[in-house]
Design a protein around this ligand. Structure first.
Ligand code: CA
Length: 339
């Protein structure tokens, strides 16, 4: 497990995380370039602090083309007042700001994919510096992290909560309780073991956390935003950082599922135009046709069928018909047997 380099961040913060009240400012990411020799890039950040209580980070814009979380956090920033908070709530709507500004998954400055660069590097590229700042300056101040993702430009998902599997049963119980408070239609437990995602850092530090997948297609779906708005308020209340009498609706049930390996991800085996055969939310059987790849460049060539290697629920589909070998066209989840 890679840990944050001990050197101090080079990013300055305009707000004081220890001060009471609601503060808004910028992280100043040093960026000395032709058009601005002494310049910095401003990454918006808000801290609302009121007395003792838990520390919570709610983040979006980890991938810049995922907008639902950015909208949800901006609404929280406008709505919540210090009197609503017990402890410290850090709201970070555009984590990889250069990517979020450009509306792209990765940063246009360094091609950095923030959620593949943890724990970052204080002397690295802009995206590596942001990753290092989150790990070295934000995570030590919180006990809970909620990282609001969606499918971005190339994917669409059923609104889901995404939990990283841990062998720590107590941790899993705590995170699943948070996911039930969020109340997305689907919750999935992923068994990935990658160490460069934010979820690896929060697990290592004992911070309870989940991510979401709130739709995608590079758009903002109002129904999914509504799910997230209600869900995040319930989750904040569950942590105790939002006052106990804050009005929220009761959580709808979530379907607890898991993703147990590579077979859950269906990839294009050839290059061409993908014609899907099933919709999001479909329950598919092993061997069922997922779609076909057509070859308009060789119009007399027969299409190649793509089949589901296992049974499951279709929770994610590719956007964009043109596919290359290795593009994910669907992914599945299956009900947790023991739950
Ligand atoms: Ca994402």
């Amino acid at each position: 497990m890679a840990q944050a380099k001990s050197e101090k961040t080079r990013i300055a913060c305009e707000i004081d995380f220890d001060k009471g009240g609601k503060q808004q400012g910028y992280l100043r990411l040093p960026h000395s370039v032709h058009r601005s020799a002494y310049g910095w890039i401003g990454i918006p950040i808000v801290c609302i602090k009121n007395g003792d209580g838990p520390g919570v980070l709610v983040q979006a814009g980890n991938h810049g083309d995922e907008y639902e979380g950015q909208v949800v956090i901006a609404k929280l920033i406008r709505e919540l007042k210090p009197k609503d908070i017990r402890g410290r709530l850090i709201l970070f709507p555009m984590a990889n700001y250069p990517a979020a500004r450009a509306g792209t998954r990765v940063s246009p400055i360094d091609q950095g994919n923030l959620n593949r660069l943890f724990p970052g590097d204080p002397h690295g590229t802009p995206t590596q510096m942001i990753a290092h700042y989150i790990v070295s300056e934000l995570l030590p101040r919180v006990q809970y992290v909620f990282d609001l993702h969606s499918g971005g430009s190339s994917l669409e998902l059923i609104p889901t909560v995404d939990i990283r599997y841990s062998t720590d049963a107590k941790r899993m119980k705590g995170v699943i309780a948070l996911a039930r408070a969020f109340g997305a239609p689907i919750t999935y437990i992923g068994h990935g073991t990658g160490t460069t995602m934010l979820s690896a850092q929060t697990e290592h530090l004992g911070i309870l956390s989940f991510a979401t997948e709130l739709g995608g297609i590079g758009t903002v779906n109002p129904a999914n935003v509504a799910i997230a708005e209600k869900g995040i308020r319930r989750v904040l209340k569950h942590t105790g950082v939002l006052r106990s009498n804050y009005p929220v609706e009761q959580a709808p049930p979530t379907r607890l599922t898991e993703i147990l390996g590579d077979a859950y991800y269906i990839y294009a085996p050839d290059e061409g135009v993908f014609e899907p055969a099933v919709e999001l939310g479909a329950e598919v059987k092993k061997g069922q046709k997922a779609g076909a790849i057509h070859f308009p460049e060789s119009p007399d060539r027969e299409p190649v069928d793509v089949r589901f290697p296992i049974a499951g629920i279709v929770i994610c589909r590719r956007i964009g018909a043109r596919v290359q070998i290795g593009d994910c066209v669907y992914h599945l989840a299956s009900d947790v047997k023991s739950a």
